[in-house]
Each structure stands twice: as structure tokens, then as C-alpha cells.
Design a protein around this ligand. Sequence first.
Ligand code: GDP
Ligand code: MG
Length: 163
Amino acid sequence: IIPTVAIIGRPNVGKSTLFNRLVGKKLALVDDRPGVTRDRREGEARIGHFNFRIVDTAGLEDADASSLAGRMRGQTELALSDADAVLFLVDARAGLTGADRQFAELVRRSGKPVVLVANKAEGGQGLSGAYEAFALGLGDPVPLSAEHGEGMGTLLEALLEAL
Ligand code: GDP
Ligand code: MG
């Protein structure tokens, strides 16, 4: 049985970019159940020789800021309850937002092992954002560039340690 890993984070931090990188061409099924699960995407992910199931909590991007808190909960909590571990993404360049803290609180309450990922950190950018992310209390941030594929080895190490 391979582990299930959920990618969690506020809109626009790069969750789907990471999902696509981890899944490659093997984009998997869409969950057809109605309601909060309809936009959830799952796939078979691989880093190096390590295989796992990955869940992208998509669809939250449609939520406007005022309704975000409510709408994000269902899908995120469902993904959390199914997950063996969580990749919690923040945007290392943008700095922490209230939404980051809200999602972080959901992750914390789930009690699931979490890897904190400071994305958009290609070329060593966003270091101050990564330091800031440390204050979330979710452990040491892993600097990553989902778009450019930097930091994947460190991500794997952290994930294996968390699982
Ligand atoms: P999601 O809303 O969390 O699923 O985020 P997306 O994957 O849709 O990405 C949001 C935006 O961030 C897109 O314009 C991506 O191209 C960009 N993005 C994602 N990952 C990176 C990264 O590692 N570096 C940079 N510079 N941009 C990124
Ligand atoms: Mg997305």
C-alpha cells in the first residue's frame, strides 16, 4: 500500500504546478462525487524511485476572498482526513498571508505529519519568506521551485522523514 500525500495551501502558491510535476504525464482520475470533492485531483506521484499517491486540492482558486474561509474547509478537510502526510505550500516570495495561517491551522488540527514547503524559491530567491514561514510552527521549510524542479531531493528527504 503506497502512502497518500495531500498538497494543501491557499490559492496561487503553486499546488497544481507541484502536482503536475510529481505526476508527470500520468495525470490520474478526477473525483466525480458532488460538492466539495468535485475538483479534487489525484495521481500517481514519483520522486526518484519513491512512489506515492498525490492529491491536489484544486478548485479553491475560484473562491473569492470573502468566502474563502468557508469554502476551503470542506475540500481541504476531506483531503486531510484521507492523507498519510501533507505538503503544506506557501509562496516564499509573497510572504505569509492570513489565508496561509488559516490553512496552516487546519493542517495543524488534522494532526497529520506535515512538510512545510516554501515554493517559488528558484535560484535561492524567497529566503526571507522561508524564514517567515518557519513561524507557522510546522517545522523547517523546504525551499522548492515546483516550476523549475529545484529542491525535489530535499523535498523527498523531508517527506520520507515525515511518513
Ligand atoms: P495553485 O493555485 O496553488 O494550484 O497554484 P498554481 O500551481 O496554479 O500556480 C500559481 C502561479 O504560480 C502560476 O502562475 C504558476 O506558474 C506560478 N508558480 C508555481 N510554482 C512556481 C515556482 O516554483 N516558481 C515561480 N516563480 N512561480 C511558480
Ligand atoms: Mg491549483
